[in-house]
Write a protein that binds this ligand. Structure first.
Ligand code: ASP
Ligand code: MG
Length: 425
């Protein structure tokens, strides 16, 4: 059994849906669990509906846009069977109802219930279209399989309880006459019965969870890029496609900010030694990238990860005392309390520095929390460059014309927080 994951961009229009059906034709009698995200930018749109609902502002136009977007696609696909269409109508009604209810005390609970409708609708459309195109497909509500805790918007999987549900999928695929089981990425359900979500862009992780639960032979993530590249083409020219990358290297790259797959995806796959392929839905014949146990990286080239809009925060004890374990523990507690994520850290005798994404509200909160014992200063407008398997010459050329504020080098990784020098400097 295989697991395929199709993200929002691969199902953003009727043509895109037809394209993925063409891909699936080549696998017509293979048993596949197909994990699909919300179509196009529908998650962002539903987030707007959540905001409007919370603020008591009008959301009708957002809901109208959501309905219109999907009904256009359904229309262009030539319509769906009555039962699929009524399931979709049911989700649309649920959306209206959720938005007309008073706000829940827990923001995340409202968010998860509302935003999950994107995936419930997209998978219904895809499955309905597959069936009417002659596939032996079935729709599955993934919330009956993936059990999570109650941490809304970023729920953790309850592996024991979810494993007990793996039979649901086996039953559909092995005992029935179904080849393709279409289900949602990103969403789950808590043991208390509430819909939860796994964090933005979490559908890759869903595919890995289901693969783990079913002992799948492999997972393929279909993307609009040819595979994993050694740099983001948004920032770098002449990127190179990586043919093979180890699980470990993939985790390192995504930890430093390579965004091609969700960072949580690898662990379940590595634990069961399930290979992951990243392939282009535009050129499905191309080999893409394979991620498995093995060579760190083929070809052996440096990888570059670039994060813009970074801030260097320097924290020093007010009384000129040393940075020691106790002050570090106080600082870490404050960082964690404001929900900040550290991209790089460094200490000296009298100060502790971190590089983080530019989030002014969180930074303000941190400064307040630490203001008793520490003085906190910051520098904005930095770039953070990480080079895996670095090459000194290229690193020099990439840092040219920049002032380097923090630099760290280990055997395989070189990290530089820098700021462009203005022309006059
Ligand atoms: N639809 C969700 C999002 O846009 C999940 C995903 O696409 O992976 O964040
Ligand atoms: Mg998406």
């Amino acid at each position: 059994m295989k697991v395929f994951k199709f993200g929002g961009a691969s199902v953003k229009s009727a043509d895109a849906v037809r394209n993925i059906v063409d891909i699936l034709r080549k696998f017509e009698h293979t048993k596949i669990i197909i994990v699909v995200s919300a179509m196009g930018k529908m998650t962002n749109l539903l987030e707007k509906a959540v905001e409007a609902h919370r603020n008591g502002s009008p959301y009708d136009s957002v809901v109208a846009e959501f309905r219109h977007y999907h009904s256009e696609i359904i229309h262009e696909l030539g319509g769906l069977s009555q039962d699929v269409q009524s399931r979709i109508d049911g989700f649309m009604e649920e959306l209206d109802q959720l938005l007309s209810l008073p706000v829940a005390s827990d923001y995340g609970m409202d968010y998860d219930r509302i935003v999950s409708i994107g995936e419930l609708v997209s998978t219904s459309i895809i499955e309905g279209f597959l069936k009417s195109s002659g596939f032996r497909s079935e729709w599955l509500d993934v919330r009956n399989v993936i059990v999570t805790d109650q941490k809304h918007q970023n729920a953790d999987v309850n592996w024991t309880r979810s494993s007990a549900n793996a039979d649901i999928m086996h039953h559909h695929l092995n005992e029935g006459d179904t080849d393709m089981l279409v289900t949602q990425g990103f969403i789950g359900r808590s043991a208390l019965g509430n819909t939860t979500t796994l964090g933005r862009e979490g559908s890759d992780f869903s595919a890995a969870i289901l693969a783990y639960l079913c002992d799948a032979e492999d997972v393929t993530i279909w993307k609009d890029v040819p595979g994993m590249l050694n740099a983001d083409p948004k920032w770098f020219n002449n990127t190179i496609k990586l043919e093979e990358v180890s699980y470990r290297e993939t985790i390192e790259l995504s930890y430093y900010g390579a965004s091609v797959i969700h960072p949580k995806t690898i662990k379940p796959l590595q634990n069961k030694n399930i290979p992951l392929y990243v392939k282009s839905f535009l050129h499905p014949e191309d080999p893409g990238t394979s991620i498995r146990d093995g060579a760190t990286c083929v070809p052996e080239v440096p990888s570059y990860i670039f994060k813009a809009d970074q801030v260097l925060i320097s924290i020093s004890p007010k009384d000129f005392s040393f940075i020691v374990e106790q002050s570090l523990s106080e600082i870490f507690q404050a960082i964690s309390d404001c929900g900040m994520k550290i991209n790089l850290m460094q200490n000296s005798a009298l100060s502790f520095s971190i590089v983080v994404d530019n989030q002014p509200a969180r930074r303000q909160q941190l400064m307040e929390l630490l203001s008793g014992s520490f003085s906190v200063r910051y520098n904005e407008g930095l770039k953070l460059l990480t080079i895996r398997h670095y090459d000194k010459k290229i690193a020099d050329s990439l840092t040219q014309g920049n002032e380097i504020l923090v630099e760290q080098r280990s055997r395989h990784t070189w990290r530089i927080a820098m700021r462009e020098l203005s022309k006059s400097e």
